[in-house]
Design a protein around this ligand. Sequence first.
Ligand code: ADP
Ligand code: MG
Length: 705
Amino acid sequence: ESPEGRKMLELRRSLPAYKEKDALLTAISRNQVVIISGETGCGKTTQIPQFILESEIEAVRGAVCSIICTQPRRISAMSVSERVASERGEKLGESVGYKVRLEGMKGRDTRLLFCTTGILLRRLLVDRNLKGVTHVIVDEIHERGMNEDFLLIVLKDLLPRRPELRLILMSATLDSELFSSYFGRAQIIHVPGFTYPVQTHFLEDVLEITGCRLTPYNQIDDYGQEKMWKMSKQAPRKRKSQIASVVEDALKAADFNGPGAILVFMTGWDDINSLKEKLYANPLLGDSSRVLLLACHGSMASSEQRLIFDEPEDGVRKIVLATNIAETSITINDVVFVLDCGKAKETSYDALNNTPCLLPSWISKVSAQQRRGRAGRVQPGECYHLYPRCVYDAFAEYQLPEILRTPLQSLCLQIKSLNLGSISEFLSRALQSPELLAVQNAIEYLKIIGALDENENLTVLGRYLTMLPVEPKLGKMLLVGAIFNCLDPVLTIVCGLSVRDPFLTPFDKKDLAEAAKSQFSRDYSDHLALVRAYEGWKVAERDFAGYDYCWKNFLSAQSMKAIDSLRKEFFSLLRDTDLVDANTTTHNAWSYDEHLIRAVICYGLYPGICSVVHNEKSFLLKTMEDGQVLLYSNSVNAREPKIPYPWLVFNEKIKVNSVFLRDSTAVSDSVLLLFGGSFSKGAIDGQLKMLGGYLEFFMKPAIAE
Ligand code: ADP
Ligand code: MG
C-alpha cells in the first residue's frame, strides 16, 4: 500500500457515508430496494457504489457482480468515474468505468459502471431483464428528471422478474418518503451530512453590509407567489441581462475575505455569457492575473467543463459561473463563497395550447439550500442569496418533476420502443403521472409525424427514430437526409439544433450580431444560415483561424466544435442503420441542393408550421393553435421586410408573453404539400401516409432481419 493510497483511504473513511457502511450493506442484502438520502458531499455517489463493489469482492462474487450507477448528466458520469477509479488507485476502465452517449471507458474487468440514465434505458431496449446486472443504483433521484422517473417505472416492473437484483436509490434531500412508498415502503437509510457552517445573506443583508446600492430585481416589489408567476411571464431578454447586472453588482460589493473559489449560480448560458462580458470589461474582475473566470453549463463540451476543477495559481481568485448543474451533481472542491441568483431556467409545458415554455423561474427552497451547501465544503463559507428573504419564504418546497412540465413525445416513443404496452396506462403508474391531455398531445404528434399508426403501434419510421438519440423531428431529418443524399448539411442542422445556439447575440452588440448572422442567409432560413456559418468555420479552422472567424461573426467557437464532434457521432449511428453505405467514410461530397435541404427540414419540422400573411408594410405570422406568433429577433427572417414564401417551418416555439418561434425556414406550397401537409387534417394524413409508405418501402429489408 502506497502512502497516497493510505491517505486516500483515510479521506474516504472520514466521509459521513463511511459510518453507515455496515448498515447500508446489511440493508441492501436484506431488501430488494433501499433508499439512501444524505446531504450533498456526504459520499453517496463516490462511496456507496464502492462499498457494494468491495463487499461483493469480499464475498468472492467480485468476478460476477455487475453494478450500474446512473447519473442524470454526462459530466457527472465521467467525473465521478474518474474520481472513483483514482480513489481505488486504478486507471479508468479497470474495475470502474463509464459510458455516456457514444463515449465511454470500460474494460473486460469493469464491475462498476457509471452511465447516464439514457444509456441504461437504451440497454433495456435490447436487454429488458438486465441480464447479469446485480445492482442498479439510480443517483440524484430527487432531481426528478423525466428519464429517472421513467426508469423507475421500468425497474419497478422488472423487480419481480429479477428477485436477486438489487435497486438502490440515492437522493440528496429529504423527500425519501415519496420514493419509499412508491416501492412498497422500502427501507430508507439516512446519512447525516457534515458541512461547515455557512453564513447566509439575503439581498437586504448585502445592501446593509456594503452600504452600496445594489440593483435589486426591479420587479420585486410585491413578494406574493402570484407576482412571481407574473414576472415569469415577462419577456426574457430584459431579465436575462438583469440577472447578470445583479450578480455583477454583488461581485463588486461583497466582501470576499480570505482565499476560496466563488461559485455563482446563474440561469443559463445567456446570462453567464452576458456576465462574462461585463466582468471582462471590469479592470479588477476582468484581470486574468487576479481572477480565473470559468463557466459550467450542460451544453459545454465535457473537456471544457472539466476546467472548473482546476486549481488557480496563488493569489488568483477562481470564479465559476454555473447553471444548476453545479447544485448537486458536481463537486468543485475549493468553493468557499456562493452567489445564488435565485432562479433557474426551467421548461414548463402548457398542455392546453400544446406549447412548451422556457423561462427562468424561481427555484425551490430545496434548491436554494443545495446552492448554499456548496459553500461549506472545505471550510466555513458564505452564501449570498441575491433576493430578499421574503422571496425565499415564498419559494415552493420542491421543484415540479420534469415529467409534469415537458412535452412527452420522446418519452412516449421510448415507451413504445420498449414494448411497454399502452402509453397512458404505463404513465399512470409513474411516481406522479402527467395529465391526460399532455399524453394525448404527444401521441397525436407521433401519429401525425408517422411514428405511430392509428392503433398506437410503432411504424417502421418510428422504429428507426428510436435508434437515434435525438428528438423525433431531428431523427426524421437525419433519416431522409441520408436517403436523399444530403446528409452532410442535414447533419450540421441537426447537430446545431442539439447543441446550444451557435449564433451569439451579446446584449450590447445585438444589432451587429444579428447583421452578422444575416450575412449567412440568402434564402429565408436560419437552418441554412447555420449550414453556411459552419462550412465557413470548417474552412477557417483548417488554417487555425476558427476562433477569429467565430469572433468576427458572433459565433460560439464552443458550439462549432460541439457540432463538429456530434456530427461524427450521429454519422456513425446512422451507419449502423443501413441507410448510409457502411463504406462511406466521408460525407463531404454530398448534395448541398438548397431546395432539397429545405424539403428535408420541412419533413422533419412538420407540423411545426405557420403561415406568412403579408400586409402593406411587412408580414404577420400565424399558427392554428396560437393565432399570431412572433420571431425571435435573431432569426434571419425577422430582418426581412417580406418573405416570398407562404409558410415558415420552425423547430421550436416558446411561450413567453407571446409565442415566439426559434429558427425558421421558409417553404413553398409544393414543398409543404409533399413533405408536410396542409392545414386540412385529411390532406395531412394522406400526404404523410404516402410519404410513410415511401419510407417503409425503403426500409423494409432492414427491419425484416
Ligand atoms: P454526494 O454524492 O453525497 O454528494 P460525493 O460522493 O460526490 O458526495 O463526494 C463525497 C466527497 O468526496 C466530497 O465531499 C469531496 O470531498 C470528495 N470528492 C468528490 N469528488 C471529488 C473530486 N473529483 N476530487 C476531490 N474530491 C472529491
Ligand atoms: Mg452525489
